[in-house]
Design a protein around this ligand. Structure first.
Ligand code: ADE
Length: 230
């Protein structure tokens, strides 16, 4: 059976996964280290893409082309946009879009990728269901909905309002929709799991510093729950 890709952007988002893996071997491609091995009875490939959409897209494509993964789960932290999301809460992507894609001078709505039909990339229903079950058994508060991605750390309450009004996202981060797009281009099932490290407002830099490790651990726990019931 082909391995499951488990991907994060930062060290703290993948460290716990790497610590728990057995029979590991690592290989580098395009500067990114890919670690293959066993985790909770499954063959997995774990990697840290680095931050941002380009890193995320290149890494996801290598997971497809070189490691022939059967599915991709992204794990990490995000800034909450929805007013009822608290630090540590989980968002499971139903779909994701790139909020910094903007060809509006050409008459395209913000977020729309010109000359192509799909710009809001749906996650896989089976993986969404697994993530939901894991959240329920972990008893963490979670929501399933749209995740926004862009090459911008959002730390401004007016920007939060704009992102919510324009795109109706639950949370914002810097990789998910790029990964989702590459997965869709390759017909690979995926889901994005994000735990809230901050609320994308003026307090976000400090909140991110304080909570990104504990939020990463929350997201990790959901991935573990998914693998246990694979
Ligand atoms: N990741 C975690 N918090 C974030 C924020 N506020 N903006 C973008 N990415 C994030």
């Amino acid at each position: 059976k082909n391995p499951i890709a488990l991907m994060g952007a930062m060290d703290e988002e993948v460290k716990l996964l790497l610590d728990e893996m057995d029979n590991t071997r690592s290989r580098k491609a395009a500067g990114i280290v890919y670690t293959e091995g066993r985790l909770l009875g499954q063959d997995v490939v774990v990697c840290r893409s680095g931050v941002g959409k380009v890193n995320a897209a290149a890494t996801a494509q290598i997971l497809v082309s070189e490691f022939h993964v059967q599915a991709l789960i992204f794990t990490g932290v995000a800034g909450a946009l929805h007013p009822q999301l608290e630090i540590g809460d989980i968002v499971i992507s139903s779909e994701s879009l790139q909020h910094d894609m903007d060809a509006s001078p050409l008459g395209f709505a913000p977020g729309v990728i010109p000359f192509q039909e799909e710009f809001c990339f749906p996650a896989d229903n089976r993986l969404i269901a697994k993530a939901k079950a894991a959240c329920e058994s972990e008893r963490v508060d979670f929501r399933i909905g749209r995740i926004l991605s862009g090459d911008r750390f959002v730390a401004d309450r007016n920007e939060v309002r704009r992102l919510r009004d324009e795109f109706d996202g639950l949370c914002t981060e810097m990789e998910g929709a790029a990964v989702a797009q590459v997965c869709r281009m390759n017909g690979l099932p995926h889901v994005i799991i994000r735990s809230m490290s901050d609320k994308a407002n003026g307090e976000a830099p400090g909140s991110f510093a304080d909570f990104s490790i504990t939020a990463s651990a929350r997201s990790y726990a959901i991935v573990v729950g998914m693998l246990e019931h694979w």
